[in-house]
Design a protein around this ligand. Structure first.
Ligand code: GLU
Length: 422
């Protein structure tokens, strides 16, 4: 569920991506026909899934898998289980994966999947049957060299284990590299769970260095306390930042002296929601986005900061832990106001970077120490940040436009070498 409710007509997330791509292309010399080609998702599959519920009834679910691009390598991207999943959203998320993998310079295209469901209302057995049926129906769509899913909102390592097993049973051999974000025991990578949040911290650290803001002592508000928000908050706190606001889908908390994140994580394990944590006061969810902090980390869902509320944002730096939390219109206003926004396709690329490392390790059958994974992740994130920063400086554009320009340039360069099989 979106944290900020909008009374206006729902915003097309895929439409937002197209707008961003057009803005970036307008600053570059790209053949418009080529641009048209790389904007469109290559293949979108819709599956209708009958699932046996625990009460003995069958219930129908709708699932999607979109392969936006395979120009730079196999399609790569997560699978989302959420009531608001739609083809529009999955196409947008798949497209973002293409640009994210390109900015991160990893040899993947972009894909994304989703099932319209509320995973909190399904039993473990129902979730397993739903995941296996989805995988079976997409058996020829997935593959270690074709399309490699991973966790996203509402899915986790257990979901990936079911996908891996179902795929392997159909193929007759264990194919661990068909998914990433798996449990360690079946070919997962050390550091993968924390990778997205760790990457968010690295890019915020680089950004602070660049704009001359001291991260040590900087105040931070985090919207969303799932896998991304919680780890980013913890690692930013380890760098000396003071986490003053945290929210989740149920509520928000505030402590001007800093919320003890490891303690909050322990509280969450038991209580599942941030409200009720003793080391902070309850506050309104909106306060998290609009508080006067140095750094804001939206780490929940799309379209949180829009034209309608952007003027209330008071943070100096925004690190997009989520995909698409700011609409293009709001983004332009923030840029004019001088707010530094670290765009999603750069800021949250840590997850897919370590997914790439996991896939490499599975394919080699040789696994790295956690320190090695984190070291390589840092190198990749810092390099990507530098590339984007330099482009932003030389072209006098926002970090977001710079990231898209780099991403498009790399996809076009490969297309020029490969040629278009038209
Ligand atoms: N779902 C994550 C993302 O949006 C990770 C994707 C992956 O690891 O393939 O970046």
């Amino acid at each position: 569920m979106a944290h900020v409710k909008s009374k206006t007509i729902p915003i097309s997330v895929f439409g937002n991506v197209l707008k961003l791509l057009d803005s970036a292309a307008s600053k570059m010399k790209v053949d418009p026909a080529l641009m048209e080609y790389i904007k469109q998702p290559r293949r979108s599959t819709i599956v209708k899934l009958p699932v046996l519920m625990d009460n003995g009834d069958f219930k129908m679910f709708t699932g999607y898998r979109v392969q936006h691009s395979i120009v730079r390598g196999p399609a790569k991207g997560g699978i989302r289980f959420h009531p608001n999943v739609s083809l529009d959203e999955v196409q947008a998320l798949a497209s973002w994966m293409t640009w994210k993998c390109s900015v991160a310079k990893i040899p993947f295209g972009g894909g994304k999947g989703g099932i319209i469901c509320d995973p909190r209302k399904l039993s473990k057995k129902e979730l397993e049957r739903l995941t296996r049926r989805y995988t079976a129906d997409l058996i020829d769509v997935f593959g270690p060299a074709v399309d490699i899913p991973a966790p996203d909102v509402g899915t986790n390592a257990q979901t990936m284990a079911w996908i891996m097993d179902t795929y392997s049973m159909h193929k007759g051999h264990t194919a661990s590299s068909v998914v990433t974000g798996k449990p360690l025991e079946i070919g997962g990578s050390l550091g993968r769970v924390e990778a997205t949040g760790r990457g968010v911290m690295f890019t915020i650290r680089e950004c602070c260095q660049n704009i001359g803001m001291d991260l040590n002592g900087a105040s931070v508000a985090v919207q969303g306390f799932g896998n991304v928000g919680s780890v980013a908050a913890m690692l930013l706190a380890e760098e000396g930042a003071v986490i003053t606001y945290v929210s989740d889908q149920y509520g928000a908390i505030h402590n001007p002296d800093g919320i003890d994140i490891p303690k909050l994580m322990k509280h969450i394990e038991k209580r599942k929601k941030v409200v009720g944590f003793r080391g902070a006061k309850k506050c309104k969810q909106e306060e998290v986005l609009f508080s006067k902090v140095d750094i804001l980390v939206p780490a929940a869902l799309e379209n949180q900061i829009t034209k309608a509320n952007v003027r209330k944002v008071r943070a100096k730096v925004i690190g997009e832990g989520a995909n698409g939390p700011i609409t293009p219109e709001a983004d332009a206003i923030l840029h004019k106001k001088g707010v530094t926004v670290i765009p999603d396709i750069l800021c949250n690329a840590g997850g897919v970077i370590v997914s790439y490392f996991e896939w490499v390790q599975d394919n080699m059958g040789y696994f790295w120490e956690e320190a090695e994974v984190n070291r390589r992740l840092e190198i990749k994130m810092v390099e990507a940040y530098k590339d984007v920063q330099e482009m932003s400086h030389s072209e006098d554009v926002s970090l977001r436009l710079a990231a898209y320009m780099i991403a498009i340039k790399r996809v076009v360069a490969i297309l020029e070498l490969r040629g278009i099989y038209a």
